[in-house]
Every structure is written in C-alpha cells, then in structure tokens.
Design a protein around this ligand. Structure first.
Ligand code: NAP
Ligand code: MG
Length: 412
C-alpha cells in the first residue's frame, strides 16, 4: 500500500532532458514509480529524442543548454549520437553532433565521475580501498575538431589568423591517402578546468592527480601542464597544504600504472578524451558496470548538469521492443535524478527535497546490498550470489518498497 503523504514541494524547476532507447524507457519508469508519487516535480521538459532533434534541426539541444544556464540545474537522459547507421535507422536529415558535446561546450564545465560503491561489489583491482573520482574537462579537443580525409598524396599545414597576422605549422609530407584532424583548446577553458579540479579535490579532501603526454605533445599538452602548475602555485598551494592533501603531476602512462597500484582516494583530472575513456575503465574496474557511476558537471558560473554515464543501451532496447524481459540497470538514471534534485535542494535551501533524494539513494543501496535484489550486470560482479536477479521493473518496485519504508520511518 502506498504511503499517504503530502508531496514534497519544489520552489524552482529543473531542466529535464529526455533521451533515447532503453534509457528513455527507464526514464519514464523511474519518474512514474520513484519520483512523481512523492515529489511535486517541477521540470522544464526538453525532448532530446533523436527524431525530435532531427525535426528541430537540433535547436532543442541548444534550447536545453540555455535553459540550464537560466535554471542552473539540468538532468539528462542518455541520447543517441547519430552515425551513418542511425541516420538510416531513424531516417534523419544528417549525422547531428553529440548532444552531450553541444551542451558541455555551452556550459564549459568539468565533469566529475565517481563510482557508486557497494559493500557487496569488491573492485577488480584488489588494492583499491577508496573511490577514484575522474574529473573530465568537457571542452574542446577531438570533440570539437576539424577533420578531413584525403585521397592522394599531398601536403597540409595548420594556419592561425588574427587580423593581419598569421602563424602556421607544417605537417610532414603526406605520402598517400589518409586522414587529418585538428583539435584546439582555449586557455580560459583550461584555467576553468584546473580551478574546478583543485576546488573539487579540496572540497573532498582528496589528492589531485593530473597527467598528460607533454614529453611528446610539447605545445598542446605542455600548455595544460603549465596552467595546472600555475593555478596550483598561485591559488591552491597553501590551501592544499592546510588540508593535508597533495597535487601530483604525472606522465599519462605513468599515471595509469600508478592508479592500478594505488589504494584509490584521489581526484584524477583528465583531458576530455582521456576522461571519456578512463572514466569507463575506472568505473568498470571499480564496480563492474557503467550503471553504477554518477556523472555531474559543474561550471564556475554555477551551472550544473547530472546524467547517467552510460549510453542508451541499444542492445537491451531491441530485445525489449521484441517483448523480451530485460534486466537493464536503472541505478545511474535514478542517481542522475537524485543528484540533480540534491543540487536543486541546495540552491533553494529545500531540506525536504534533499532528504528525499538521499533516502532514494539509500533505498537503491539497500535493495542491492541488503536484499540482494539485483539486475544482471550487478549480479555478474557481486561478491555473494544475488538473492534474486530481476528485470528492470521488478528492481524499481523493490527500490520503491525500500523507499516507502525509509520515508515511513521518518514520518511524524
Ligand atoms: P551503452 O549504451 O553504454 O551500452 C553498452 C553495453 O554496456 C550494453 O550493451 C550493456 O552490456 C552495458 N550497459 C550499459 N548500460 C547498462 C545498464 N544501465 N544496465 C545494464 N547494462 C548496461 O553503449 P553503446 O551500446 O555503445 O551505445 C548506444 C548508444 O548510446 C549510441 O547510439 C551512443 O551514441 C549512445 N551513447 C550516449 C551516451 C550519453 O548520452 N551519455 C554515452 C555513450 C553512448 P550488455 O549488452 O553486455 O548487457
Ligand atoms: Mg565514455
């Protein structure tokens, strides 16, 4: 029986960005079972379904990003980044860019990805005792690059122009068909990335690591290294020393090796591409599944976005559409909502909303840790055999039952 209670009030809306495939299906289940019965949910809704992006010539993505600037908090479902197959599958006008890349470019923030640690999932790396949080720069690099394919031999150079002046750099002679890519970043964005990373490490009282390949990338990566060092010396050296934490710079290959030998417990600032890849590796090694990871973007202006770090789980979706039972894990989607609502609660000083979001996170943990009720991905990596391996909707119902218990315990 559902608990009878007043719904929790929200003073300001959050930006809700709906998505594609299995995550879209889970999005509505999570809202219906775990949010709407308890919270008087206020959202400004943007439908980022790939077909709707196509119909609006991707304008809806830009509108959603602008809405986050206005309302400060966005919560995003996973979305398809169309490639040629998807253009055919959905009959799209073109290969629209990644909505994540568009939104991140507009917000120019840093993404922090942390494992959702559970007491019955031991990290694959047996030395890891504490979480490793990946701070991913969300601007530039290959996500906003110019590239081309060439069909013959030829030559190429990079040219930068400003007013009457120009600078150029030549590539070696190109001896045949091949590909070129030119990426960039901006000092201002790198400073913001450094600041966000140092601040977050300070907030968490964890060491900060930063790593690049500056021995090879003597201009590009070296500039990142310089800016981090300068930011540390000028703004954070004393604060870090007072907090008893360290800043460590490594070469990226050294950092990878060290991370595996470490006991964890640090924030690892990564350039955009490294962050994309290393966060998947660390979360899978840490908790065995991408669905047990939070992903939150912070910008210096106070813009915030939370999301599930995994994709739209296409393979499960096709099975679901055929009427098969699927055991897709909704945890990262639930945490996208709880983190976004916690942020809203913080900004609006809404203690009730904050409490609700925290209890919902507890309910998920109780379901997996105490009840042993798990989706297949977690059952595959759990230390003890699951009490039951369930489909997505059964998992959500089990979380709801725990949520009701936790809320009832607090009822006046
Ligand atoms: P994916 O959706 O992350 O799924 C890859 C595999 O990981 C799944 O087949 C599944 O493995 C497992 N998995 C991921 N999430 C899971 C969950 N919640 N519960 C259980 N298992 C889960 O990546 P993809 O299939 O490569 O990409 C599909 C689409 O997502 C693409 O169109 C891509 O553009 C998009 N994408 C979006 C985002 C985003 O919006 N944040 C990020 C990445 C990719 P098994 O099949 O072995 O069970
Ligand atoms: Mg990735």
């Amino acid at each position: 029986m559902a608990l009878i209670m007043d719904k929790i009030r929200m003073d300001n809306p959050v930006v809700e960005m709906d998505g594609d495939e299995m995550t879209r299906v889970m999005w509505s289940w999570v809202k219906e079972s775990l949010l709407l019965p308890y919270v008087d949910l206020k959202t400004e809704y943007y439908d980022l379904h790939v077909k709707h992006r196509d119909e609006t010539n991707d304008q809806v993505t830009y509108q959603a990003a602008e809405a986050i600037k206005r309302l400060k908090v966005g919560i995003k479902c996973a979305t398809i980044t169309p490639n040629k197959d998807r253009v055919k599958e959905y009959n799209l006008k073109r290969e629209w860019p990644s909505p994540n890349a568009t939104i991140r470019k507009i917000l120019d923030g840093t993404i922090f990805r942390a494992p959702i640690a559970l007491n019955n999932v031991t990290p694959a790396v047996r030395f890891w005792k504490k979480p490793i949080i990946i701070a991913r720069h969300a601007f530039g690099d290959i996500y906003d690059a110019a590239s081309l394919r060439f069909e013959s031999e030829g030559e190429a150079e990079l040219v930068f122009r400003h007013g009457d002046g120009q600078k150029s750099a030549k590539l070696p002679p190109l001896g045949g068909p091949g590909v070129i890519e030119a990426k960039y970043n901006l000092d201002a964005s790198i400073y913001r990335f450094a600041q966000a990373s140092f601040n977050y490490a300070l907030m968490q009282r964890m060491d900060l690591w930063f790593a690049t390949k500056d021995t090879i990338s003597k201009v590009y990566d070296a500039r990142f290294k310089q800016i981090f060092q300068e930011t540390f010396e000028n703004e954070f050296k004393e604060k870090f020393s007072d907090a008893g934490i360290n800043y460590n710079y490594f070469l990226i290959d050294d950092a990878l090796a060290r991370s595996v030998r470490s006991e964890g417990g640090f924030v690892w600032a990564c350039k955009n591409y490294e962050g994309d890849i290393i966060s998947d590796l660390v979360s899978t090694a840490y908790v065995g599944t991408l669905a047990l990871m939070t992903s939150e973007l912070f910008s210096p202006e106070g813009y915030y976005e939370s999301e599930a770090a995994h994709g739209t789980v296409q393979r499960h979706y096709y099975r679901y559409m055929k009427g098969e039972r699927v055991s897709t894990n909704p945890t990262a989607i639930i945490f996208a909502w709880t983190r976004g609502l916690r942020r809203r609660a913080e900004l609006d000083q809404n203690a009730e909303l904050r409490n609700f979001a925290e209890r919902l996170e507890d309910a998920v943990r109780m379901t997996i840790e105490k009840d042993g009720v798990m989706t297949q991905d977690v059952a595959n990596v759990a230390d003890r055999p699951a009490a039951s391996v369930v489909d997505t909707q059964t998992f959500i119902s089990a979380v709801r039952a725990n949520l009701e218990r936790l809320l009832a315990r607090q009822a006046p």
